[in-house]
Ligand binder design. Structure first.
Ligand code: FES
Length: 285
């Protein structure tokens, strides 16, 4: 069921390296305005990369529409020009940027919206190596390899099963990249555009719907935990075929399953996407 239009307080940007104040400086956007922004952003992505084509047409390997550039670029147009990466619009993402931003948080995390190979993405950083040596009760975020169950409750498999087959699936350098289209109705969640209990700087283990640092889809309030890594299934929109993918867990809201990973590699400090799993991105038009 789709809810009626609702207004949200947009998350204000941190100033001078301070954490965001949830009560100050927020502006308001309703769901219709956000949808328009989201799809305008998409059009911008398309125009900048391969022209006015559908998503099916842009799910192509480099060299077939993206000029062969594997680097992930920040996307900070519209509301996200107020995010910590606002001045870096269309610059290549570097791991160093995320490490510096995460150091300002109590959970040791940072995230940013981006564009890669003509599609919207969200990149998250967790100081996994440092945080995984602390008790989970410390609230320091770390990656969690988990068992996955599809929307009917059927067991799909364990995340580590796929990592055993291809170690590149596991986050590289503490970074994980996901496809930025919601599995509910394909909105673009962006990065922490709203300030609420799901996006605040807190973390709890287990991939549940408690705690913050979630990726939040403003359209109908779906939540995804970028630290909870699992296997799941989804459906190719064009031919109806079901496929298994590695992704981050849906923790709440109407989205049926989580968001698929796009494995990355580091070229020096530059974050690049790997094109081997494009079939996981085919659930939207
Ligand atoms: S599109 Fe509905 S919650 Fe994301």
């Amino acid at each position: 069921m789709i809810r009626m239009a609702k207004s949200y307080d947009l998350k204000p940007a941190p100033l001078n390296g301070e954490k965001a104040d949830a009560s100050g400086g927020a502006s308001v956007v309703n769901r219709r305005q956000f949808l328009r922004y989201g799809f305008n952003a998409t059009t911008g992505v398309l125009a900048a990369s391969v022209g006015v084509l559908g998503f099916a047409a842009i799910l192509l390997p480099p060299g077939a529409g993206s000029g062969g550039d594997l680097a992930v670029k920040y996307w900070a147009k519209g509301r996200e020009d107020e995010a910590w990466y606002g001045a870096k619009h269309l610059q290549s993402m570097t791991r160093e940027d995320f490490v510096a931003e995460a150091a300002k948080t109590s959970t040791g995390t940072a995230g940013a919206a981006g564009v890669w190979n003509g599609v919207p993405v969200v990149v998250n950083y967790v100081d996994h190596d440092a945080n995984s040596s602390t008790p989970t009760s410390s609230g320091k975020a770390r990656y969690q390899s988990m068992e996955g169950y599809d929307e009917t409750g059927k067991y799909v498999g364990h995340f580590d099963d796929m990592v055993d087959a291809d170690p590149r699936i596991f986050p590289t350098g503490g970074l994980v990249m996901v496809f930025g289209r919601c599995t509910h109705l394909c909105c673009i969640p962006g990065w922490q555009l709203v300030s609420n209990t799901f996006t605040e700087d807190t973390w709890t283990p287990g991939g549940g719907d408690d705690g913050g640092t979630k990726l939040f889809c403003i359209c109908h309030s779906s939540r995804f935990d970028p630290t909870a890594l699992e296997l799941n299934t989804n459906r190719n929109r064009a031919n109806g075929a079901t496929f298994t993918y590695a992704g981050i867990r849906r923790s709440g809201g109407p989205a049926p399953v989580g968001l698929p990973l796009i494995p990355i590699q580091l070229n020096g400090d530059t974050i690049e996407g790997i094109t081997d799993y494009m079939g996981w991105l085919t659930y939207c038009d």
